[in-house]
Design a protein around this ligand. Structure first.
Ligand code: C5P
Length: 227
């Protein structure tokens, strides 16, 4: 059978480094198309939070991968819930960000999360964001984007967000964290941060969220002929 309904739901894969704006852009694009949305980084963050709470060593890949099985995750009004408790703010702390990037180096952890991520692919479509959406998790995505921006611009954006939330941080500290995470994410052996060969690369340094969202939608419409 070759009916169109047998085709897997379309996927837009958006990858890029820390604080490149992927999350906001992916969410906006999903809203515009009425697609599902996967923030794959939140899965790594949830495991990191649980590992910290249980005192599990961040270099123990096998035990960390075991944590993925009993992770009761849900999203209520866009907020991540772990075992029924709202952990949205806890997931965004710099401690959890750094731990997530350390546990993401383990191939066992990554493969334990693959099916969970693919399960988000449902009609009418999915916008998935992370580091390896276009390269590993959804290699057949109809549109792949790789967002970049200078480390300084990314640190400045993160600074603005955190200050608005009343969290006191310095740009220098954020810049150092971002550079460390970039280096670890790009040099790990398992699914390193990289643009897929067929990805559209968008430098967002001088673009607003609205401009990047419009550019992504224009690429999607051009590919699919959708309006
Ligand atoms: O995207 P976010 O900053 O929330 O991701 C947290 C960490 O999880 C990243 O620094 C990265 O190490 C890891 N990650 C990953 N693969 C993904 C998404 C996130 O390795 N697809």
């Amino acid at each position: 059978m070759t009916a169109a309904s047998d085709a897997p739901a379309p996927v837009i894969a958006i990858d890029g480094p820390a604080a490149s704006g992927k999350g906001t852009i992916a969410y906006e694009v999903a809203q515009a198309l009425d697609f599902h949305y996967l923030d794959s980084g939140s899965l790594y963050r949830l495991i990191a939070l649980r590992a910290i709470e249980r005192g599990i060593a961040l270099d123990d890949g096998a035990t960390l991968a075991g944590l993925t099985g009993d992770l009761e995750v849900s999203f209520a009004n866009g907020r991540a819930m772990l075992d029924g408790r709202d952990v949205a703010d806890a997931l965004r702390t710099e401690a959890v960000s750094a731990a997530a990037s350390r546990i993401a180096v383990h191939a066992e952890v990554r493969s334990a999360l693959i099916d969970r991520q693919r399960a988000f692919r449902r009609p009418p479509g999915l916008v998935a964001e992370g580091r390896d959406m276009g390269t590993v998790v959804f290699p057949d995505a109809g549109l792949k984007l790789f967002l970049t921006a200078s480390a300084e611009q990314r640190a400045a954006r993160r600074h603005k967000q955190l200050i608005a939330k009343g969290i006191s941080v310095t740009i220098d500290g954020l810049l150092r964290d971002i550079r460390e995470r970039d280096a670890r994410d790009s040099t790990r052996a398992a699914a390193p941060l990289a643009a897929a060969p067929d990805a559209v690369i968008l430098d967002t340094t001088d673009l607003s969220i609205a401009e990047v969202t419009a550019a992504v939608l224009a690429h999607y419409r051009e590919r699919t002929g959708a309006r």
